[in-house]
Design a protein around this ligand. Structure first.
Ligand SMILES: Cc1cc2nc3c(=O)[nH]c(=O)nc-3n(C[C@H](O)[C@H](O)[C@H](O)COP(=O)(O)OP(=O)(O)OC[C@H]3O[C@@H](n4cnc5c(N)ncnc54)[C@H](O)[C@@H]3O)c2cc1C
Length: 621
C-alpha cells in the first residue's frame, strides 16, 4: 500500500538515476512509499560510465550484500553478464570475490525496465537545480524548468554531475559526464545551506573499434565456464555467450609519448584539474610519472557488450589530447592499426564532506535530506549502489515514521564503508578495499546471505519466495555442518591425506590439502556441491571467525554506547585540541565511532567513556 503524503507529490524524491539512485528509488518504492526518481536523461539511467565490470575485490562483497538485503545490482549483472570470473580462488575465503563484465546497454535497459515496472515509482525527466528547505527540513526540489516537486524526504544521488567539468587536453566543458549537462544549481544550494563541498576527479580511457585490433598479439583471459551468479537466487545459466578479455603491456614508446606530451595534459602541464583523483585507479599519465621505475603497465582490453562495436581499454585512463591518445594506443601490441571510437577524458566534480551524515545517510544539517553515491566522495558503481540502498531504505522509513536503519562494521562491508565515510570523511575518492574491513574473515562473499538476508527480510525488501529459498539454503548448510562434525571416518587416507583414528569429516575438511570434492562421496547425496563448498569454508574459517567474534564482543560496549546528540565537545577542556575539533565536526553516534576518528586520541575516548557512562556531559549554553 502507498504511503503518499496528502498535498505533496511523493513521500520520497530521489535525485539522480545512477547506481545509487536506482537502488534508492527501488528500495523506497518497494517499501510502499510513493517515490519520484528525477533524472537528467532517463535513457542514461544506470549507465556504466567507465569500466564495464561489476564486482572485484571487496566490491564483489558489496554486490553480494546488496543482493542479500534485497537490492537490485546482483540480479542486474546476472541478467547481463558476458564474462564472469572468480578472483583470488587460490587465496583465503575472506578475499575471494566475483567479478563480471556487463553488456553495458543491456545493464542499463534492465535497470530501467525494473524501475518502470515498479509500483509506487514515477520517473521524471528533469535536472533538479535547487532544494526547498524550511525550518531545517527539506520540503522538495525545484527543477531546471522551474517546476516544484514536493516531498518531505529527498535523496541526492547526483554522481559526478555537481559542478561537473570534463577535460581532454586544453578542451574544458561544463559536463557531468561525456555529452551530459552538469548540475550547477544544486552545488550552490548545498553551499548556501552550509554543507562543506570539495572537488574530486576521475577519468576514463579511450574505447577502440573491436575489429581494428589483432587479438592474436595479446594474452587471452578466458571467462569461467561454470555459471557464477552474484545473486543468491541468481540464474543457473549464463545470460548469454561468455566472451574473453585480453591483456597487453605498455612499453617505452607508450611511456615516451606520455612524457613528451605532459605539457598538454590538463593534469600536469596545463594544470587545469585541481580535484584529487582515485589512488587505486590512476591515469596512465599518473602511472608513467609516479611509477617511473615500472617499464610496463598491464592494460586490459574488454568487450563492452555482445553486439557493441567497442572494446574498453582498462588501465589506460587519460585526459591527453585525442590525437596523442591514438598515438599511444598504436604503440600497444596488436594495436598498430587501431581505430579509436571515443577518446578518454577526465571529469572533475563537487562532493559533499560525508562527515555531515549520520550512518543512516541522512544529513544532520537538514532533516529528511539524504546523500549517497559519488556525491559522498566515493568512487565506483558498487560503493554507490550500496549507499543508495541504505539511503532509500531510510528515506522510506522516515516517511513511515520508523526508526533509522544502520549497518555496523561487524556485519557488513556496507556498514564498514558508511562508518568510514561518516566518521573519517574523505580527502581522495574512496574505494572499498578488503584491507578497510577489520572483520573481513567474517564479512565474506560466501556468507553474505547468512549475515544480511534476515536483516533484509525484517526491513521488508526480501520477498516470500526469496526468503523461503534462503531458509532452505541455511537449513541445508546447518544440517551438513552438523553431519560433518558427527560423522567419523576413522584412520583412512583421503585424497592423499592420512586421517587419524576418531577423525570426522570436519577434521578432513580442516586439512589444507583437501577440498569438499575429495570427500563428497562420504556425504549424503542431498548435500550439493554448492553447500559442500560452503561447509568447507565455514569449517576452515572456524578458528579465525571465533577470534574475530571475540574481538567484536570485547569492543561491543563501545559500539553500542550512544553519545547524546547535544554533547558540547567544544566546552570540554579535557579533550585534546584536535580531538575536540574533530568530535564537534563529526558528532559520532557511539564511543566506538568516536574512537575511529583520526585525531581523536585514546585519552579523549577515555574521557568520553567516563562522561557518557555517568550521564554527565556538557551541553550547549
Ligand atoms: C569519466 C568517468 C570515469 C570514471 N572512472 C571510474 C573508475 O575508473 N573507477 C570507478 O570505480 N569509478 C569510475 N567512475 C565512477 C562511476 O561511474 C561512479 O562511481 C558511479 O557511477 C557513481 O554512481 P552514482 O549513482 O553516485 O552516480 P552516477 O552513476 O554518476 O549517476 C548520477 C545520475 O544522476 C543524474 N543527475 C545528476 N545530477 C542530477 C540532477 N541535479 N538532477 C537530476 N538528475 C541528476 C545523472 O543524469 C546520472 O544519471 C567514473 C565516472 C566517470 C563519469
Amino acid at each position: 500500500m502507498s504511503a503518499g503524503v496528502a498535498g505533496r507529490d511523493a513521500a520520497v524524491i530521489v535525485v539522480g538515476g545512477g547506481h545509487a539512485g536506482v537502488e534508492a528509488a527501488l528500495a523506497a518504492a518497494r517499501l510502499g512509499v510513493t517515490t519520484i526518481l528525477v533524472s537528467g536523461d532517463p535513457s542514461r539511467i544506470a549507465t556504466l560510465a567507465c569500466n564495464p565490470s561489476i564486482g572485484g575485490s571487496a566490491k564483489g562483497q558489496l554486490v553480494r550484500e546488496i543482493d542479500a538485503l534485497g537490492g537490485a545490482m546482483g540480479r542486474l549483472i546476472d541478467e547481463t553478464s558476458l564474462h564472469a570470473r572468480f578472483l583470488n580462488e587460490s587465496k583465503g575465503p575472506s578475499v575471494r570475490a566475483l567479478r563480471a563484465l556487463a553488456d553495458k546497454p543491456a545493464y542499463s535497459r534492465a535497470a530501467q525496465a525494473r524501475l518502470e515496472s515498479q509500483a509506487n515509482l514515477r520517473i521524471v525527466a528533469a535536472m533538479a537545480e535547487d532544494l526547498i528547505v524550511e525550518g531545517g527540513r527539506v520540503r522538495g526540489v525545484i527543477t531546471g524548468d522551474g517546476a516544484v516537486l514536493e516531498a518531505p524526504n529527498v535523496v541526492l544521488a547526483t554522481g559526478t554531475f555537481l559542478g561537473g567539468k570534463t577535460f581532454r587536453g586544453d578542451e574544458v566543458k561544463a559536463e557531468g559526464r561525456f555529452g551530459e549537462a552538469p548540475a550547477v544549481g544544486l552545488s550552490a544550494a548545498l553551499a548556501r545551506l552550509g554543507f562543506p563541498l570539495g572537488r574530486l576527479k576521475t577519468g576514463t580511457p579511450p574505447r577502440v573499434d573491436r575489429t581494428s585490433i589483432d587479438l592474436g598479439a595479446m594474452s587471452e583471459q578466458r571467462p569461467s565456464q561454470i555459471p557464477l551468479p552474484f545473486s543468491f537466487t541468481g540464474p543457473a545459466r549464463f545470460a548469454g555467450p561468455q566472451l574473453s578479455c585480453w591483456i597487453v603491456l605498455t612499453n617505452e614508446r607508450t611511456h615516451e609519448l606520455v612524457r613528451s606530451n605532459l605539457s598538454r595534459s590538463p593534469l600536469y602541464g596545463l594544470d587545469l584539474i585541481r580535484g584529487i583523483g582515485p589512488r587505486y585507479c590512476p591515469s596512465i599519465e599518473d602511472k608513467v610519472v609516479k611509477f617511473a621505475h615500472n617499464p610496463t603497465h598491464q592494460i586490459f582490453i574488454e568487450p563492452e557488450g555482445w553486439d557493441e562495436p567497442t572494446f574498453y581499454v582498462g588501465g589506460f585512463s587519460t585526459s591527453l589530447p585525442a590525437e596523442v591518445q591514438l598515438a599511444m594506443l598504436r604503440t600497444l601490441p596488436g594495436c598498430g592499426d587501431v581505430r579509436m571510437l571515443r577518446a578518454g577524458y577526465a571529469v572533475e566534480y563537487d562532493f559533499v564532506t560525508p562527515t555531515e551524515l549520520d550512518a543512516s545517510l541522512e544529513t544532520r544539517r537538514v532533516g529528511g535530506l539524504f546523500h549517497c553515491g559519488q556525491l559522498n566522495g566515493t568512487s565506483g558503481y558498487e560503493e554507490a549502489a550500496a549507499q543508495g540502498l541504505v539511503a532509500g531504505i531510510n528515506a522510506a522509513r522516515r516517511a513511515r515514521g520508523e526508526e533509522a536503519f544502520r549497518l555496523g562494521r561487524e556485519t557488513s562491508y556496507i556498514g564498514t564503508m558508511i562508518d568510514d565515510l561518516v566518521t573519517k570523511g574523505v580527502d581522495e575518492p574512496y574505494r572499498m578495499l578488503t584491507s578497510r574491513a577489520e572483520h573481513r574473515v567474517i564479512l565474506r562473499h560466501d556468507n553474505a546471505d547468512l549475515r544480511l538476508t534476515p536483516v533484509g527480510r525484517e526491513v521488508g525488501l526480501v520477498g516470500d519466495n526469496d526468503f523461503a529459498d534462503f531458509c532452505r539454503r541455511r537449513d541445508a548448510l546447518i544440517a551438513a555442518l552438523d553431519l560433518a562434525g558427527r560423522t567419523r571416518i576413522g584412520e583412512v587416507t583421503v585424497g592423499g591425506a592420512q586421517m587419524t583414528a576418531g577423525s570426522t569429516l570436519a577434521d578432513a575438511l580442516r586439512r589444507p590439502e583437501l577440498t569438499f570434492a575429495d570427500i563428497a562421496d562420504r556425504f549424503p547425496a542431498n548435500v550439493s556441491a554448492a553447500i559442500g563448498e560452503r561447509v568447507h569454508i565455514e569449517i576452515s574459517m572456524q578458528g579465525y571467525v571465533r577470534r574475530a567474534e571475540l574481538a567484536i564482543a570485547q569492543s561491543a560496549g563501545d559500539e553500542t554506547k550512544l553519545i547524546p546528540p547535544d554533547f558540547a565537545y567544544a566546552l570540554l577542556r579535557q579533550l585534546s585540541g584536535e580531538g575536540r575539533e574533530k568530535l564537534e565536526r563529526v558528532r559520532p553516534r557511539t564511543i566506538g565511532a568516536a574512537a575511529r576518528i583520526p585525531g581523536v586520541t585514546p585519552a579523549d575516548v577515555a574521557v568520553l567513556r567516563v562522561l557518557v557512562h555517568r550521564g554527565r556531559h556538557p551541553v550547549p549554553a
